[in-house]
Design a protein around this ligand. Structure first.
Ligand code: PBG
Ligand code: ZN
Length: 330
């Protein structure tokens, strides 16, 4: 049962053999495009921290969605940047808020062709930058916050979001959102639960883009300690019990062990979010000549898929979709 009879290299000899022996394949449809739609601009504006990405107007976002669909990507994840922020983050659930307006506009133009996922959190909307309401004594008030997430989710569902993604790592957030959606009659609006979102350094470019760096303190009081894996499983089990339709791990590349454990835990669709800092690492290293960007991105995203993620949210979605398409033709 060994060498010289067994020679694994037999199936690595030619491109066609390697293709035949390939165990996993990432497809454009597995990729989700994250987008920022901003209220106080009249033309799209480049985001220096995320080269290749822009703050979209509602109109430019629709054009981007058209591209995303043409490339075969699975859908878009929307973040809203309001003109004004306040202590409560009230822009998050405003009926004519920027994300609600964008969702309506996308649904009007594309119907159900583009899966619209709405990020459900307050950090883009609060003037202090935290993901929820603050206690007077400091720290985020969990139970007051999930009530706001519930309102936000209902306003996003009313606008036409297919999937609500509560991302603030509050306890009970999935149950609160499910209950509110059901009560408002949105029985078919799905929930993508950010079950394991770690307190990572990899969110830097996003926070630049969303101007959502907490004014005081940090998010370690609610996001998870990077050292913990068992706790992630516990978070996922709670979210499954609370009614999650899909679960997510964030960031992706440094948490592939968690992705693999989640794969064993649930048969539900599993997503991983390759975050802004991971995008920046790949882009900057490629620009500095460390490697070819295309090869690096396909290897990185493919690894997330191999670890067990069905879906990958990535700032490389459009490029990767193009590259994957070329690859399966070539
Ligand atoms: C918080 C949130 C974060 C991101 C999106 N929403 C993390 C954070 O700022 O703590 C980061 C996404 C990215 O880096 O691409 N709800
Ligand atoms: Zn947040």
């Amino acid at each position: 049962m060994a060498f010289p009879r067994d020679r694994p290299r037999r199936l690595r000899r030619t491109p066609a053999l390697r293709r035949l022996a390939r165990e996993t394949r990432l497809a454009p449809a597995d990729l989700l495009h994250p987008a920022f739609v901003r209220e106080d601009i009249s033309a799209p504006q480049g985001i220096p921290a995320l080269p290749g990405h822009v703050h979209e107007t509602v109109d430019s976002l629709c054009d981007t969605v058209e591209q995303v669909l043409a490339l075969g990507c699975g859908g878009a994840l929307l973040f809203g940047l309001p003109a004004r922020k306040d202590a409560e983050g009230s822009g998050a659930w405003a009926e004519d808020g920027v994300v609600q307006t964008a969702i309506r506009s996308i649904r009007r133009r594309f119907g159900d062709d583009c899966v619209v996922i709405a990020d459900c959190c307050l950090c883009e909307y609060t003037d202090h930058g935290h993901c929820g309401l603050l206690h007077e004594a400091g720290g985020v008030d969990n139970d007051a916050t999930i009530e706001r997430y519930a309102r936000t989710a209902v306003s996003q569902a009313a606008a036409g979001a297919h999937i609500i993604a509560p991302s603030g790592m509050m306890d009970g957030q999935v149950a609160a959102v499910r209950e509110a959606l059901d009560r408002a009659g949105f029985l078919d609006t799905a929930i993508l639960a950010y079950s394991a979102k770690y307190a990572s350094v990899m969110y830097g470019p996003f926070r630049d883009a969303a101007r959502s760096t907490p004014r005081d303190g940090d998010r370690r009081g609610y996001q998870m300690d990077p050292a913990n894996q068992r706790e992630a499983l516990r978070e996922a089990r709670l979210d499954l019990d609370e009614g999650a339709d899909m679960v997510l791990v964030k960031p992706a590349l440094t948490y592939l062990d968690v992705v693999a454990r989640f794969r064993d835990l649930t048969d539900l669709p599993l997503a991983a979010y390759c975050v802004s800092g991971e995008y920046a690492m790949l882009r900057h290293a490629a620009a500095a000549g460390a490697f070819d960007e295309r090869a690096a991105v396909l290897e990185a995203l493919g690894s997330i898929h191999r670890a067990g993620a069905d879906l990958v949210i990535t700032y490389h979605a459009r490029e990767a979709a193009r590259w994957l398409d070329e690859e399966c033709r070539g």
